[in-house]
Design a binder for this molecule. Structure first.
Ligand code: ACO
Length: 431
């Protein structure tokens, strides 16, 4: 069979380049433009990377038109229903679901790495009492690098494996300390008799004077959210982790770069922004006003938790979270007026031509904050929760990149539109 190619001709010079087209297992074929500059002397221009596949990956597949998301071939619906976050993390990193023995070893090893260096706890004291948790998280994650000088040789597979274990194991401790610091509560060491998510909840919410009994409904809801946030292909924060990692930088610094990117409200920060927006709406009767603002091009307000670069259909994660939110509120007998506002906002937006024609649907962040809120997690901790879960995907993608034979430093080019060449003028002679 002849390989599919795309021919690009520069009409100005008459030069032609024939580019191979690679077929992945699923998804749009990819035109290989590696030789474009060498053969035609031109670059591609694709701001926001809307048409660019930046890497090969076998971790996550998503079909935005159909609303499909899979990790290592397993649908997100199945994983959400049957798996746990720790098992999904194993799957992302190792490519296969673990058997019982592998899983037991994995759980054990994650428990063994759960503590952080005692000196690291002092870092927190340097932050202002009301520092944003994401600013703290990006710093403390980067600081982990300073404790592991001798085990971060990125070309050593054993070091990479160890780093992945440490990242996943230590995130609950790093995140919970942020919350404890902001609340004036003492830090809590992990309790290895508890499972990963329950342990996180224990480090967050236990009271030094009282025994801590976790609510299984809350633990399952958190685990579900972690599964749904664990990875999402080449999104902004994951691409940042890859780009940072491509410079062969320290892996904890790469994860910190991912945290910094996730903070933005166009990305993971949207979960916090959704709650702010729903609170500001305050009553279903005000929804139309906000929808009208979102449609007004002179107003930079957008419906938070709506729209996605890739999904032009309902985000499958949002569908699962909406149902989970509904179930959780029922099971916990909670009356959450913001959930009613969110449902009504979704209904109105999805019947509006503006949103229909642009294929704007609720994304993962639209309902996730409502679950966090029902679990008494403060709004400014939502994005750190997201980061905790996404660190599994970040580290899996980082490992995959380093094992790719095409791996080299990421170095995009540009279309220069600045000043023409000119002579330097001394300050005394400038107008
Ligand atoms: N509210 C109102 N209009 C919107 C929204 C929104 N939330 N999202 C997109 N649009 C409009 C844009 O104004 C644009 O309209 P136009 O064609 O008339 O100019 C059109 O829809 C396409 O939008 P783009 O900005 O080109 O889409 P892009 O793919 O660049 O952005 C993004 C995607 C950033 C997610 C955007 O939809 C957005 O800002 N949403 C709100 C923030 C949010 O929820 N982010 C979380 C994303 S999920 C995640 O990262 C975990």
């Amino acid at each position: 069979m002849t390989m599919r190619t795309v021919i690009i001709t520069d009409k100005a010079t008459g030069k032609t380049v024939e580019c191979p087209v690679h077929e992945g297992r699923y998804g749009a074929p990819v035109v290989d433009l590696k030789n474009l500059y060498k053969d035609l002397g031109v670059f591609t221009f694709d701001p926001g990377y809307g048409s660019t596949a930046a890497c090969r990956s076998g971790i996550t597949y998503l079909d935005g038109e159909e609303g499909v998301l899979m990790h290592r071939g397993y649908s997100i619906e199945h994983l959400a229903e049957k798996s746990t976050f720790l098992e999904v993390a194993y799957l992302l990193i190792n490519g296969e679901l673990p058997n019982q023995q592998q899983f037991d070893e994995w759980v054990h090893v994650i428990k063994m790495h759960g503590m952080t260096h005692e000196h690291l706890s002092r870092f927190y004291q340097g932050f202002r009492y009301d520092a944003h948790p994401m600013s703290m998280l990006s710093s403390v994650v980067a600081s982990v690098a300073s404790y592991y000088h001798n085990t971060t040789d990125i070309y050593n597979p054993e070091h990479r494996r160890l780093t992945a274990q440490r990242v996943i194991a230590k995130m609950p401790s790093l995140v919970s300390k942020i919350y404890r610091y902001g609340s004036g509560l003492p830090f809590v060491y992990p309790d290895n008799s508890r499972n990963y998510v329950e342990n996180f909840s224990y480090m967050m919410f236990s009271w030094p004077t009282e025994p801590y009994i976790a609510n299984p409904v809350a633990i399952r809801a958190l685990d579900l959210l972690f599964i749904l946030h664990a990875d999402h292909e080449q999104n902004a924060s994951t691409s940042t982790v890859r780009l940072a990692g491509s410079a062969e930088t320290n892996p904890y610094a790469c994860i910190a770069a991912g945290v910094a990117t996730l903070w933005g409200k166009a990305h993971g920060g949207a979960n916090e922004a959704v709650i702010d927006m729903l609170t500001e709406i305050g009553d279903p009767k005000n929804i139309q006003k906000f929808v009208d603002r979102a449609k007004n091009k002179d107003d930079n307000f957008r419906l938070m938790g709506f729209g996605h670069r890739v999904y032009k259909n309902y985000d499958p994660r949002a569908k699962i979270i909406r149902q989970a939110c509904h179930d959780l509120l029922n099971e916990m007998h909670l009356n959450q007026p913001l959930f009613d506002i969110a449902m009504e906002l979704e209904r109105i937006a999805l019947e509006d031509d503006y949103f229909i024609s642009r294929k704007l649907y609720p994304n993962v962040d639209f309902y996730s904050g409502l679950i966090y809120q029902a679990l008494n997690i403060p709004t400014n901790m939502f994005t750190p929760m997201f980061a905790l879960a996404r660190s599994a995907g970040w580290i899996a993608q980082w490992m995959e990149m380093l094992a790719d034979p095409d791996f080299r430093i990421g170095r995009p080019r540009q279309l220069y539109i600045g000043a023409e060449k000119r002579d330097y003028v001394g300050i005394a002679d400038r107008k």
